[in-house]
Design a protein around this ligand. Structure first.
Ligand SMILES: *Cc1c(COP(=O)(O)O)cnc(C)c1O
Length: 432
């Protein structure tokens, strides 16, 4: 369906002054085609585009809006904080409160530092891991995204021993020569990499439930082995929980693995998205020992003019307070499961192969017969069908992530009626 006039007009205007018309590439709809919707306002589970059309929102700003848009308590906290001042460049009590709130829910974290984006948090965590271990090599996994820091924009080279290749122009090969990229969920290759490079590895960074290749869980045997190998070789295990933190459970994905693997915990964690409640805020943390390597205590430099911003911390704190209420995650997880079950039932009815999974308020679905376990398997799912389904849903007022390799998000504002309307739309779109 052609986009409404006002969206198309704005997109044309945007493309004249902003590269591709957007400030983050996925918003341009390149993967699915068509005209992006320009959002004018949002409330609860919905947003409205420039032409006044309403959509049920399943991206929630790519995760942060776990309470839905315009939650009254959050709005009030932000308005009050804004009236007290936008930014001081000096410490505030709310930064302490937010650090305490994060630590209270995540036992592996004894200290955190606040920053302004997930990219910044991931980049800083890598520098800290290298500084704390005195080693250079970092290991990441194919299909995991950790922000756009140079050293992390890497894809696997050919063969295990070769170095990674930059995935972006402007990243010199020398900058990624210390980055090893391994396939996700592959125990044998993980073991081989440690056998070869074990003593050089500063850290292994992983999305424990990977949301940047739709929704793929690290298997329990893989995570168990990863923890053992990091411990044995003195490498730090860094959980990138920018997406999963305070989203799949109050204690993040690490609390999910701690239930499955006795005594499990990562060495460092990276947060973003939900902890800012929709404001630019992220964090990285770990043991007091590791974190004390940071300036001004230690030799690892890291800083930020807007870090711990008073309005952003007010937004994050109010959000964390709401989601810590008893029963919040059980209700959110039930609602999200009902969505995935509804989509699967609609697909069965239409004779279309579809599988899905969810944890807490994060979900994924694939046009495939089995849940993919790694990036190549995700990319081998039916893209044409996904793209047609995406547009079918959009026409019917449901806004899904505009690419098959992205996860989806349900908020506490999504009611049973919204889920039912979404499943009805899916049934119609799948039939079509
Ligand atoms: C979103 C995301 C990032 C990057 O965060 P930004 O705030 O966009 O810089 C890093 N890691 C993961 C897992 C993410 O989902």
């Amino acid at each position: 369906m052609p986009a409404t006039d006002r969206n198309a007009e704005l997109f044309e205007r945007a493309q004249r002054v902003i590269p591709g018309g957007v400030n983050s590439p996925v918003r341009a709809f390149r993967a699915v085609g068509g005209t992006p919707r320009f959002v004018t306002r949002a409330q609860g589970a919905y947003f409205w585009d420039a032409d006044g059309r309403r959509y049920i929102d399943y991206i929630g700003s790519w995760g942060p809006m776990i309470l839905g848009h315009g939650h009254p308590a959050v709005l009030e906290a932000v308005q009050q904080a804004a009236a007290d001042g936008f930014s001081f460049g000096a410490p505030t009590e709310r930064e302490v409160e937010l650090a305490e709130a994060i630590i209270a829910q995540v036992p592996s974290v004894e200290q955190v530092r606040l920053v302004s984006s997930g990219t910044e948090a991931g980049m800083s965590a890598i520098r800290l891991a290298r500084g704390a271990t005195g080693r250079s090599r970092i290991v990441k996994f194919e299909g995991c995204y950790h922000g756009h820091a140079d050293a992390l924009l890497v894809k696997a080279g050919s063969g295990l021993a070769t170095f990674g290749h930059p995935t972006s122009a402007g990243v010199p090969p020398e900058v990624v020569q210390h980055t090893t990229v391994l396939p996700y969920n592959d125990v044998a290759q993980l073991e081989a990499a440690f056998a070869e490079h074990g003593r050089e590895i500063a850290c292994v960074m992983i999305e424990p439930i990977a949301g940047n290749m739709n929704f793929v869980r690290a298997s329990v045997p893989f995570m168990t082995r990863l923890r053992e190998l990091c411990t044995r070789h003195g490498a730090l295990l860094v959980f990138d929980e920018v997406m999963t933190g305070f989203r799949v459970a109050l204690g993040g994905a690490q609390s999910v693995y701690a239930r499955l693997i006795p005594g499990f915990r990562p060495d460092m964690s990276v947060f973003g998205k939900v902890i800012g409640g929709g404001m630019p805020l992220a964090a990285f943390g770990g043991s007091r020992d590791v974190m004390s390597q940071l300036a001004p205590l230690g030799p690892v430099y890291q800083a930020g003019t807007l870090s711990g911003n008073p309005v952003a911390t007010a937004c994050g704190l109010a959000t964390l307070k709401e989601i810590a209420r008893p029963g919040f995650f059980d209700a959110l997880a039930d609602r999200t499961r009902s969505l995935v079950a509804g989509l699967a039932a609609a697909a069965r009815e239409a004779g279309v192969p579809l599988v899905g999974d969810s944890e807490g308020g994060m979900f994924g679905f694939f046009f495939a017969r089995e849940l993919p376990q790694d990036y190549p398997a995700v990319m081998a799912t039916d893209k044409d069908r996904f793209n047609r389904f995406f547009h079918g849903m959009l026409e019917r007022g449901v806004y899904l992530a505009p690419a098959l390799y992205e996860a989806g998000f349900v908020s506490a504002a999504h009611g049973a009626d919204d889920i039912a309307a979404t499943v009805d739309a899916a049934a119609a779109a799948l039939r079509a």
